[in-house]
Design a protein around this ligand. Structure first.
Ligand code: PLP
Length: 354
């Protein structure tokens, strides 16, 4: 078995890329900001642009300190390794990215177990969490960490409200657990909920934000939390090979994204709503009403699997991703505009023969 990704068919251009918000390309203005970046040695602490990104992101998320990393996956793994010891248990939604999509990292790297909790749209209640709290005993694994995903990716891009987060964090803290937020799309949530990002993250001890999703940077994520936590997390970053050299060039792209690409996430949410409405009119397709920029749909009524639907779209220049046999995902971002959404809907209608 080879796990190397298949090479794209470069002769078959993608015109409307709804596969993922990770597919955005850096704009010319973002690349110009990268060219102008002051740089130093990131792992030695002498890159001023990386420090600026960390300070600005820590302030945005309302945390004391922050650390720049190559990816969101590494932020999750470093955070888990720093919070936990081997044998500990993490409580997370059963569809959480750390469970399904990080190659078993929590087990392989940190030796922890994840207990999956149920809940609609990727969100579990304080009551469900409380029901999973074990009495402390010599027999049970130490319950160390509660993990929440904002927005809940497989939950359809659903947002935890500030109140839902506070209720869950209160239960966690009352039982000696910390709360870690996988904030891959935390800024989508802040924009959709119309609250400050620091209010969304207030009840979480640690949080990271991805710059390669809707924010449109080519690389990077920032993990934030208490200063002593970030201080310890640095050792795990070093251990996993995540320390960088002239990181300022990438940090400059992320700073550009902070300055230009947050408020416009509302456009992506409007485009997602329009896409969902358009797709819902296609015979045989049912659509989950989006809260942010992810539109999940079911192809059962068309007689096509989600993979068949996706492969009929591909030669026509449209991509979507496949989540389950009959469940697919279309994602809006800064490289798709309202006109392309209309065009994509028309093409989808055509491929199902509607
Ligand atoms: C994309 C994503 C990640 C991983 O981020 P990368 O930067 O791609 O490593 C983690 N969690 C969620 C919810 C995501 O959507």
């Amino acid at each position: 078995m080879s796990y190397e990704p298949a090479r794209a068919d470069f002769g078959l251009p993608v015109r409307i890329d709804l596969y993922s918000d990770t597919h955005t390309r850096p704009s010319r203005a973002m690349k110009e900001a990268m060219l102008e970046a002051e740089m130093g040695d990131e792992q030695g602490g002498s890159d001023p642009t990386v420090w600026e990104l960390c300070d600005r992101t820590a302030a945005l998320l309302g945390k004391e300190a922050a650390m720049f990393m190559p990816s969101g996956t590494m932020c999750n793994q470093v955070a888990i390794a720093t919070h936990c010891r081997p044998g500990d248990e993490i409580l997370a939604h059963e569809d959480a990215h750390i469970q399904s999509s990080e190659a078993g990292g929590p087990g392989a790297i940190s030796g922890v177990m994840i207990r999956g909790l149920a809940g609609e749209r990727g969100i579990f209640s304080a009551k469900t969490l409380l029901g999973a709290v074990r009495p402390v005993s010599r027999y049970s694994p130490p319950q160390r960490l509660v993990e929440v995903e904002q927005t809940a990716n497989k939950g359809g891009g659903a947002c935890w409200t500030v109140d839902e987060l506070r209720a869950v964090a209160d239960v966690a803290h009352a039982h000696g657990m910390k709360v870690h937020m996988d904030g891959a799309r935390v800024l989508n949530a802040a924009v959709a909920l119309r609250v400050a990002a620091s209010d969304v993250t207030a009840s979480c001890d640690t949080v990271w934000v991805d710059f390669t999703k809707g924010l449109g940077a080519p690389l990077g994520a920032v993990l934030a939390g208490p200063r002593d936590f970030i201080g310890e997390a640095w050792r795990w970053k070093q251990r996993l090979g995540g320390s960088m050299r002239q990181g300022g060039m990438n940090a400059a792209a992320c700073i550009y994204a902070l300055e230009h690409n947050i408020d416009r996430l509302a456009d992506d949410h409007r485009n997602a709503a329009a896409l969902a409405q358009g797709m819902a009119q296609i015979p045989g397709i049912t659509v989950e009403t989006p809260e942010t920029n992810l539109v999940f749909f079911d192809t059962t009524g068309t007689g096509l699997t989600a993979a068949e639907f996706a492969s009929r779209l591909r030669p026509l220049g449209v991509t979507v991703s496949v989540s389950e046999a009959y469940r697919g995902r279309a994602c809006t971002h800064l490289d798709v505009d309202a006109g392309q959404i209309e065009e994509a809907v028309a093409i989808m209608r055509r491929v199902v023969g509607g």
